[in-house]
Ligand binder design. Structure first.
Ligand SMILES: O=P(O)(O)OC[C@H]1O[C@H](OP(=O)(O)OP(=O)(O)O)[C@H](O)[C@@H]1O
Ligand SMILES: O=c1cc[nH]c(=O)[nH]1
Ligand SMILES: [Mg+2]
Length: 216
């Protein structure tokens, strides 16, 4: 399933406007915090789909029957742009484990790029719910490589992908490779440039959160 969190008016549509808008998005702290808040909303929505059990809870006044989660997800992200979105998910799934994949699009002078992946760390994923956060789902190449890498750590019971902005081509590429994945997007854009940038998108999410990086 593909879920667009901007279909309904909510705080998410407000935050989406702020991370996209050329003036506001340069306030780095607000940009990171808005990413984090989008991650929090996605976490809340995904939390409706995980397993719960009825449990008797002792209160100072008696016993309450509560529904509590029976499992904790693994929250994965792709460094570096994914860090604030991942933090948002972690704020809500506060008992979850984390996984990290270090990957980036290494751009060439002719406009093409390849994904350089250097490092991954992950707990066993066998039977676990895996939630992967990456703010931009452009061509989908980074996420596809990250999921392939993470699947080396076991077979998850379910995979959710959380993006602030996903483009239709990237979603199609991802779902062609992993049809069982659920995609949660702050919003969905139609256009991808020849250099793999989402239009209207927001620009470079990693640079906006953390500053321009030197290509080496
Ligand atoms: O769907 P794709 O075409 O693979 O593009 C999306 C990737 O691009 C961005 O990372 P980037 O390579 O800019 O690295 P960064 O996090 O260091 O900025 C973004 O955070 C995704 O990981
Ligand atoms: O538009 C895009 C595409 C990939 N990565 C970004 O940060 N922005
Ligand atoms: Mg970047």
């Amino acid at each position: 399933m593909v879920y667009n969190l901007s279909v309904q008016n909510s705080m998410v549509t407000q935050w989406m406007s702020e991370i996209r808008e050329v003036g506001t998005q340069n306030d780095r702290m607000r940009f990171r915090r808005n990413m984090e808040r989008i991650g929090e909303i996605a976490a809340y929505e995904i939390s409706k789909l995980v397993d719960y059990e009825e449990k008797l809870i002792q209160t100072p006044m008696g016993e309450a029957s509560c529904r509590v989660m029976t499992e904790q997800p693994v929250l994965a992200t792709i460094l570096r742009a994914g860090v604030p979105l991942h933090q948002g998910l972690l704020n809500y799934f506060d008992k979850g484990d984390s996984a990290f994949v270090a990957a980036y699009r290494k751009h060439h002078r002719d406009g093409s790029f390849e994904i350089e992946q250097h490092y991954a760390t992950c707990p066993s994923l066998e039977g676990r719910v895996l939630i992967i956060a990456d703010p931009m789902l452009a061509t989908g190449a980074s996420l596809i490589l990250a999921i392939e890498t993470l699947l080396g750590y076991g077979k998850p019971s379910h995979i959710h992908v959380v993006a602030a902005i996903a483009c239709t081509e990237g979603i199609e590429n991802l779902l062609r490779k992993f049809p069982e994945v659920d995609v949660w997007a702050g919003d969905i854009d139609e256009e991808l440039t020849a250099k793999g940038y989402i239009v209207p998108g927001l620009g470079d999410a990693g640079d906006l959160a953390f500053g321009k990086k030197e290509q080496n």
